[in-house]
Ligand binder design. Structure first.
Ligand SMILES: Cc1cc2nc3c(=O)[nH]c(=O)nc-3n(C[C@H](O)[C@H](O)[C@H](O)COP(=O)(O)OP(=O)(O)OC[C@H]3O[C@@H](n4cnc5c(N)ncnc54)[C@H](O)[C@@H]3O)c2cc1C
Length: 430
């Protein structure tokens, strides 16, 4: 085909480095049309009475898309920004630009998969192929030592076999030049107001991180540079006053501004220079957990949740008002540790893993609120929200995940013990 054009549908992969989809689209076409959809469904309210996306993540997303746009503009092109659902616009775009193929990264969350399904069906009516890429995980699914259907449900087994028998591939280089389709109306990034946030001139202060590939790479560089906190010895028996080391890479990983392989190989390089270190191990272990939850969702879909009548349990939870949920959300439970973490979550959109475990344990096992209410609240608040990681971890805390046996998994007794220790507010997180 002469003058072949490929539409590159960006989703949670807002980067140039280690982006096979982009590399392949450039190689297989004469020009590409990058597109990002600000899908209104992600800015609606949920049945839990929460927002799907809170202001911190909305801002991080806008920054990340803006950063990608800047890079494309420096290369002489741009990214088409559409405020609407992909399935409402994709057909028109394909026809308008005479697109030969559409590329995207495959997602595993049920909502995301449903959207790809709609798009695929529509493209099919035009005889256009939607090509799926895998770029969210440390290990490619085809490199795992088992087919998806046989992936061990127990994390410890998944880890052991994967580390022993699979390899982490090297990263794809960032493209140096791109030929873009010609267009003169690339669209604008919707304002927070247009995305449904009524700020009344009161835009809350920035969260802990700035969105975008460049900011993510810089964070990683500083994290691994000589003298950074990563080289300090930390106590990993996360007691309350020492929640342990946190790389804070998660938000960039969640939106794909950083690839997990990039993080892995940079950590390995630092390790070869400075020697091994428990904080390096923690990051690599975290990336494995991240892969594990994604692969579990790929394998089981929503049946990952081992709860009979989940839909009914959620409905009952929604009917039960005043069970302590609102106090938990606002950090008014009376438990100093929980309240401090919830305050931080509300103020910045981030709390470290130890904090997430504690507040989740408190909600589910002390206040006895259904775990889905907590997961929905985290979905709104976390800058690093990722469907499989969030809902998967909540299910683990609630004891309804597929992995109830793993030694590396959730330890309820340990969490309860930590919660029982009473500390005065000001001794926390010194
Ligand atoms: C109830 C609950 C909800 C959570 N929701 C999310 C979520 O929506 N998004 C998210 O990225 N993580 C989630 N986590 C996992 C984990 O708490 C965060 O990834 C981590 O705190 C991010 O901080 P960090 O980047 O400093 O992590 P590090 O400890 O430095 O780990 C490096 C990276 O590994 C990944 N990672 C680490 N631990 C886990 C884990 N248990 N599960 C999945 N990935 C992991 C993250 O991408 C993280 O950036 C949740 C955990 C709990 C208990």
């Amino acid at each position: 085909m002469k003058n072949k054009k490929i539409l590159v549908w960006f989703r949670n992969d807002l980067r140039l480095h280690d982006n096979e989809m982009l590399v392949e689209a450039i190689a297989k076409s004469d020009s590409i049309l990058p597109v990002y959809f600000f899908d209104p469904r992600y800015f609606e309210n949920t049945k839990f009475g929460t927002a799907k996306t809170g202001i911190f993540r909305a801002r991080f997303l806008r920054e990340s898309v803006a950063a990608l746009r800047t890079v494309f503009q420096k290369m002489g092109g741009d990214i088409l920004l559409v405020h609407g659902k992909p399935e409402d616009h994709i057909k028109e775009l394909v026809e308008q630009f005479d697109i030969a193929e559409v590329y995207h990264h495959r997602e595993v969350g049920p909502e995301e998969t449903l959207i790809s399904g709609h798009v695929e069906d529509l493209l099919w009516t035009l005889k256009i192929n939607l090509r799926h890429f895998i770029g969210h995980t440390l290990y490619n699914k085809e490199d795992l030592p088992f087919p998806i259907k046989d992936i061990p449900d127990v994390f410890a087994q998944f880890k052991k076999k994967t580390e022993r028998d699979a390899i982490v591939k090297s990263c794809f280089d960032s493209p140096q030049s791109i030929v873009f389709v010609e267009h003169d109306s690339w669209g604008v990034i919707p304002s927070l107001d247009e995305l449904g946030f009524s700020l009344n001139g009161n835009d809350p202060d920035a969260s802990y991180a700035e969105g975008g590939e460049e900011a993510g790479l810089e964070h990683l560089r500083l994290l691994l540079s000589e003298g950074s906190d990563i080289y300090l010895k930390t106590n990993h028996k996360s007691s309350i006053d020492k929640p342990g080391f946190a790389s804070r890479l998660s938000a960039w990983l969640a939106l794909g501004c950083l690839s997990p392989r990039k993080v892995y190989w940079q950590v390995k390089e630092a390790e070869s220079k400075f020697g091994s270190n428990s904080n390096f191990n923690q990051i690599i272990l975290g990336l494995l957990w991240r892969d594990y939850y994604r692969f579990m969702f790929k394998k089981h879909g929503v049946t990952f949740f081992q709860e009979e009548n989940l839909e009914q349990a959620i409905l009952t939870a929604l009917e039960l008002k005043g069970t302590g949920l609102e106090d938990w959300k606002s950090g008014n439970t009376g438990n100093a540790v929980v309240d401090k973490y919830m305050f931080d979550l509300n103020a910045t959109g981030f709390i470290p893993h130890a904090g997430r475990l504690l507040v989740a344990t408190f909600l589910v096992h002390i206040l006895r609120v259904h775990w889905s209410c907590g997961a929905a609240y985290f979905e709104e608040k976390l800058v690093d929200y990722a469907p499989a990681s969030n809902w998967g971890n909540w299910a683990s805390v609630a004891g309804v995940s597929k992995d109830v046996k793993s030694k590396n998994g959730f330890d309820l007794n340990k969490q309860i013990k930590i919660l029982e220790v009473v500390l005065p507010d000001d001794s926390l997180f010194a």
